[in-house]
Design a protein around this ligand. Structure first.
Ligand SMILES: Cc1cc2nc3c(=O)[nH]c(=O)nc-3n(C[C@H](O)[C@H](O)[C@H](O)COP(=O)(O)OP(=O)(O)OC[C@H]3O[C@@H](n4cnc5c(N)ncnc54)[C@H](O)[C@@H]3O)c2cc1C
Length: 515
């Protein structure tokens, strides 16, 4: 009972060597501490709501039995999506949901000595599996139907992950779906993609996402929502007042968009369990909803996000928002070893309310996203981020922490001090593109058709610029362009900052969202 699903990829990767470490509790412990009887190897097969009982089957003996309830909690989790293609049942093809799955993968690795693996799906479980299989020495290819991994991120924010995976030797096969899996006559399998591409694999992991396991609930006539999860109220009560449901199986409101969502993550599942227990015990506690705070490690890179993405906001019909990009070091630049964090902050352009953030980097990434997540929880604005008093010593952060900087940048936009231009609109603008980096940087690469006047010469040469045309300014990461925009605005030019600078341009271009 209560095994650590989140540890399964690391058990495959041998980071967790002893399977027993994955077991968080045992039936004996539950009985000793709480007088709670736990029946393992026992499946609930149906619910009789009129009689208040469930029909169960003991899986080892095949023995059926009835259990009575006054209050029933459903926590069946989510099941891996099995694609409807041939070959998913072949030996050597695995999903990763439970300990037997990961035990199977481990024993396949030790007995068959596979050299190549294809991971189908570039979500967080797919990437964790890719990391752990690479750690075991396999040559890994990730097959992903979308043009990007980590669909929860905006496309340009996934680009550093693509670069990092490729650098670390994980091959990416994007924009292509799974068509079938076939057995090769001599050895191994071949994963056939929709494009016809054939990817050889001694081991295949299916990580195409999960869907709420609602069979029992549906058969019992409980309401199932549009997103496919069990419908619950804020006390986790289903459409039957005697039945509660929690975890990956339920639909809950997204606190940013207000729309129902399914979010198969462990933190919300645990909080929902507490809310349901309090509700059953007669205390009215409300579940506030979810904001999709998540983190994943990918071969030394950390990817974290909270709240809505830009595409999520657009999907939800929200248009009154703005974004800023920044690439600060994870600690003070003068202290050795500072590594960049690529950060995108989304906020309401009406009142500055924080709507979401995404960050990618090597260190200190999840700390910044956790701070922003907490601010979102308390209805915080970008002004709160600018004012946040955070830990600082040179080896940990900066006197202006990346979180402060993100808030200050957003304030500059809201105050009108720094109009921002959107990289996405680069193809449709008649604005003059002004690159204010030094000539050497410009020579190393620049946005096509950009004019180069370095910031260091701008106060002398600004007369070369048109006063009657929009000027979109960029530099390396956005800071020099900010100084340039301020100066040009004071001289009467119509200048805007291309947020995030050339670093964001390269990501947006590689993601196909900028020309
Ligand atoms: C490989 C992997 C890695 C993950 N990593 C992370 C992570 O890093 N961070 C994070 O936040 N989340 C992670 N998750 C998600 C997290 O594990 C889930 O969100 C969480 O476990 C959900 O809890 P739950 O109780 O709803 O479902 P589960 O933990 O899945 O538990 C459901 C249980 O119900 C049992 N069950 C189902 N149907 C029946 C039935 N009819 N009768 C009796 N028993 C039944 C199942 O066997 C299972 O034991 C990961 C998941 C996986 C699979």
């Amino acid at each position: 009972m209560s095994f650590a699903n989140c540890g399964l990829p690391f058990y495959v990767g041998d980071v967790i060597e002893d399977e027993r470490a994955l077991l968080m509790a045992s039936p004996e412990l539950f009985w000793q501490r709480f007088s709670i009887r736990v029946f393992t190897n026992t499946e609930v097969v149906s619910i009789d709501r009129q009689r208040g009982q469930v029909a169960v089957q003991e899986l080892e003996s095949g023995q059926p039995r009835i259990e009575r309830y006054d209050s029933l909690v459903l926590a069946p989790g989510a099941a891996p999506i099995r694609p409807r293609v041939t070959g998913t049942g072949l030996a050597g093809v695995f999903s990763v949901r439970n300990i037997p799955d990961s035990r199977g993968i481990r024993s396949w690795i030790s007995s068959r000595n596979p050299r190549t693996a294809v991971v189908v799906g570039g979500g967080f479980i797919g990437l964790e599996m890719a990391e752990n299989l690479a750690r075991r020495g396999l040559a890994v290819t990730v097959l992903e139907k979308l043009p990007q991994v980590m669909a929860s991120l905006d496309p340009e924010m996934a680009v550093p992950i693509h670069t990092h995976l490729t650098t670390e030797g994980v091959a990416l096969h994007l924009n292509d779906g799974l068509a079938s899996i076939q057995e090769l006559p001599e050895r191994g399998l071949v994963v056939v993609a929709e494009s016809g591409a054939r990817l050889q694999a001694d081991l295949v992991i299916l990580a195409l996402g999960v869907k709420p396991d609602v069979g029992l609930a549906r058969d019992a006539g409980l309401a199932i929502g549009a997103r496919g999860g069990i419908v619950v109220d804020d006390q986790m009560r289903t459409s039957d007042p005697h039945i509660w449901a929690v975890g990956d199986a339920v639909e809950v409101p997204d606190v940013v968009t207000g729309q129902e969502t399914v979010l198969p993550l462990a933190g919300p599942a645990n909080r929902q369990g507490r809310v349901a227990a309090e509700s059953i015990a007669g205390r009215r506690t409300a579940f506030r909803g979810v904001q999709a705070t998540a983190v994943v490690g990918v071969l030394g890179l950390t990817v974290a996000s909270t709240g809505a993405s830009e595409k999520g906001l657009r999907r939800a019909g929200v248009s009154n928002f703005q974004s800023v990009y920044l690439h600060p070091g994870h600690h003070a630049g003068y202290y050795p070893g500072a590594k960049p964090i690529h950060l995108k902050l989304l906020f309401s352009n009406i009142d500055g309310r924080i709507l979401g953030a995404q960050a990618v980097g090597c260190e200190g990434v999840e700390k910044r996203i956790d701070v922003i997540a907490t601010a979102i929880q308390f209805g915080g604005t970008v002004h709160h981020l600018a004012e946040a008093e955070l830990c600082y010593a040179p080896q940990f952060g900066a006197a202006k922490d990346p979180v402060n900087l993100a808030g200050m940048l957003a304030q500059n936009v809201l105050n009108g001090d720094m109009p921002v231009a959107d990289w996405h609109a680069l193809g449709d603008t008649s604005a003059l593109l002004l690159d204010v980096r030094e000539p050497g940087e410009f020579a190393d690469g620049h946005v096509p058709n950009a004019l180069n006047i370095p910031l260091s010469q701008l106060r002398i040469r600004h007369g070369e610029l048109p006063v009657d045309r929009d000027i979109w300014v960029y530099c390396g990461v956005g800071q020099r362009a900010y100084y340039a925009v301020r100066f040009l605005a004071q001289c009467g030019y119509r200048a805007s900052n291309l947020s995030g600078g050339y670093a964001t341009y390269l990501a947006a271009r590689d993601a196909g969202v900028a020309p």
